[in-house]
Design a protein around this ligand. Structure first.
Ligand code: GLA
Length: 377
């Protein structure tokens, strides 16, 4: 078992006086390219990170369900209505399972994690995926990981109330170690794309700007609606079906948002071709292009995210861009392993000069998706 899984199992045993029946864990993700394309039926290329949330679960013998967070040292009820806390994610998953017709008996769960929270690294998808996989195994339902991803998205959309696409839950459940995952968000087909960073002496440096993101906030919702309006105006099912030529028929915000989506989809496919050739220089250029498009056309960047990307460019990093929904949160740079520390220092000084919050830095390896680590009793 991984350490984080042991921690969740121990928390369960200490809290409930007996060992859990099942433990599963799921990773956060960093998106390499393909932003705001998922809910437009397009392509994304995230990879799972080596930070996870573990869920230890067991049936509640007295019929009293309990959710316990070892990190917050806090108990919540699984059957309660959403209350804006961490517990909404496991609650939402249990709710979505019942909605799909599964008999979900009263259960107890303990959670432990090391995915940075609220930074745009999908801690919410990680706790959803870990819960879904653990419960699915506990109840012997045998649901496919793809269907679990859809179920987690339903929990997020209809229970938590965040209108997100499928990328985060899909990446958390289906990624494989050492690879990024190309996902076609319309067909829900996927393909691992080898990400041999070590072989190229490169690393992914993630900068957490520590600017709170409000994904449930209007920014995300507005962008989604404008994309849907643009698709309607063009008479296509989703912006996935729009072409560069179609853009001539749009104006204003619809034009800007659609232009980002059409070009970002093309960039993802080009980025995959570059990775397959081991051409990280080309891959990095596409990351920079993606950032500019997110800044100028999709308008989801912030001065901090721009400052990081600019610093990466000045330092000669092959690529950098904001990652996730933007409006704060994280940016990611593709940088020579030996230069990552220097880039982080350079950015720290730059942020200080600008009077920004002190950023946090992480280096991640492309990690495995959600896994059950075992039936324990
Ligand atoms: C968030 C959502 C995803 C996706 C990204 C933007 O992470 O959860 O579904 O839309 O924003 O690419």
């Amino acid at each position: 078992m991984r350490k984080i899984e042991e921690k969740a199992a121990r928390a369960f045993t200490e809290r409930f006086g007996e060992a859990p029946e099942m433990v599963a864990s799921a990773p956060g993700r960093v998106n390499l390219i393909g932003e705001y394309t998922d809910f437009n039926g397009g392509f994304v290329l995230p990879c799972a990170i080596d930070r996870r949330i573990a869920a230890a679960v067991g049936l509640a013998p007295d019929g009293e369900g309990v959710l316990f967070s070892a990190d917050f040292d806090e108990e919540r009820s699984p059957g309660a209505d959403p209350d804006g806390t961490w517990a909404d994610y496991p609650r939402g998953v249990a709710w979505a399972m019942s909605r799909k017709g599964a008999e979900v008996p009263a259960f107890r769960a303990a959670f432990a994690g090391n995915v940075p929270l609220g930074s745009g690294l999908s801690s919410s998808a990680a706790i959803e995926a870990a819960t879904a996989l653990a419960l699915d195994a506990l109840l012997g339902l045998g649901t496919s990981k793809k269907d679990l991803a859809l179920l987690c998205q339903k929990a997020e959309n209809d229970f938590v109330g965040v209108p997100s696409g499928i990328m985060d839950q899909y990446a958390s459940l289906l990624s494989s170690a050492g690879s990024a995952l190309l996902i076609d968000c319309r067909s829900l087909d996927d393909e691992p794309v080898l990400l041999d960073l070590e072989g190229a002496n490169l690393t992914l440096l993630v900068c957490d700007t520590r600017v709170e993101r409000g994904l449930a906030d209007t920014g995300y919702r507005d962008r989604r609606e404008t994309c849907e309006d643009a698709a309607r105006a063009l008479g296509v099912q989703e912006l996935r079906d729009a072409s560069e030529k179609d853009l001539d028929r749009l104006t204003g915000d619809e034009l800007k948002r659609a232009r980002h989506v059409v070009r970002e989809n093309a960039r993802v496919l080009e980025a995959v071709r570059a990775l397959r050739k081991g051409d990280f220089a080309a891959f990095g250029r596409l990351m920079y292009d993606s950032h500019l498009s997110l800044r100028d056309d999709f308008e989801v960047s912030t001065p901090e995210l721009d400052a990081f990307v600019e610093a990466a460019r000045e330092a000669g990093a092959p690529g950098a861009r904001l990652t996730g929904a933007g409006f704060g949160g994280c940016a990611v740079a593709l940088v020579a392993g030996a230069e990552a520390e220097a880039l982080a220092d350079f950015v720290r000084r730059k942020f200080q000069k600008e009077d920004f919050e002190e950023p946090a830095f992480y280096r991640f390896r492309p990690a495995a998706g959600a896994e059950v680590s075992g039936r324990l009793s």
